[in-house]
Design a protein around this ligand. Structure first.
Ligand code: F6R
Length: 243
């Protein structure tokens, strides 16, 4: 795992945007793995800017998102589909049919998981996967204890994740209890992975990740099994790592 430290969130966002755009310039049919959450918002702003200022086109790009809440339909304001539409897809020239996110209101969640894993295999492999990290080390919605061989599956969200995501909902009672997430093995199918971690709240998680103790109780640590992972952090998130 390569580690790159920048001064602040802004610089992290700019750097990761440069890497994403370089990938698209290398191959305009690239498959990007995308995340929701607060961390990639600055990255998405830079990517939107890249379309107007740097002539980057997403016309042929495909995107595969990590996860979706179960029970939230496409039109729900807090569904991850809506998040991606509002913060990125509607503001770049991507074709909606080329953007993949698990269906949050499937007839059968189990069948949706199988279908989505097939999407990852058929549309992928993902050329460049962007990941955030939870304070408990989760990636996607793969909470501590998730099998490192997991493919796309249904998860029950742990209390800390629901509490942390409650900031986007009117009350914690409205935060869904379950989600569909790509599994750890699904994520490891990506050719290249970038983990973004910013802010002091992520300092403990970054320290644990860099202790190299591979353990399913800290899902992100399984990324040490992949040979092309870059952790891009700001100083706040890196502050507990002894140099
Ligand atoms: C989002 C996702 C999550 C987040 C993680 C960090 O699609 O899969 O694993 O990346 O919870 O969230 P933020 O960026 O809000 O701190």
């Amino acid at each position: 795992m390569k580690v790159v430290v920048f001064d602040n969130y802004e610089e992290v966002s700019v750097q990761v945007a440069q890497l994403v755009e370089a990938q698209i310039l290398r191959n305009d049919r690239s498959v990007l793995g995308l995340a929701t959450g607060s961390t990639p918002l600055g990255l998405y702003e830079r990517l939107i800017e890249g379309v107007t200022s740097r002539g980057i086109s997403y016309q042929n790009v495909r995107t595969i998102n990590l996860d979706e809440y179960l029970g939230l339909g496409e039109g729900h304001p807090e569904s991850y589909r809506t998040f991606m539409t509002d913060n990125l897809f509607n503001k770049i020239d991507i074709v909606t049919e080329n953007t993949y996110i698990p269906d949050g209101t499937p007839d059968s969640a189990e069948e949706e998981c199988l279908r989505y894993e097939q999407v990852i295999d058929d549309v992928g492999p993902i050329d460049l996967q962007i990941l955030g990290i939870g304070t408990n080390g989760h990636i996607g919605f793969n909470e501590p204890g998730t099998d490192s061989n997991s493919l796309t599956h249904v998860v029950e969200l742990v209390a800390s994740t629901r509490e942390s995501n409650a900031r986007f909902f009117p009350s914690i009672n409205e935060v869904p209890t379950h989600a569909i997430t790509t599994g750890i093995k699904s994520i490891l199918k990506s050719k290249q992975i970038i983990v973004m971690a910013t802010g002091k709240d992520k300092a403990e998680a970054v320290k644990t990740l860099l202790s190299k103790d591979m353990n399913e109780s800290f899902p992100a640590s399984i990324l040490w099994n992949h040979d092309n992972v870059t952790l891009i952090v700001d100083r706040d998130a890196y502050q507990l790592v002894k140099s």
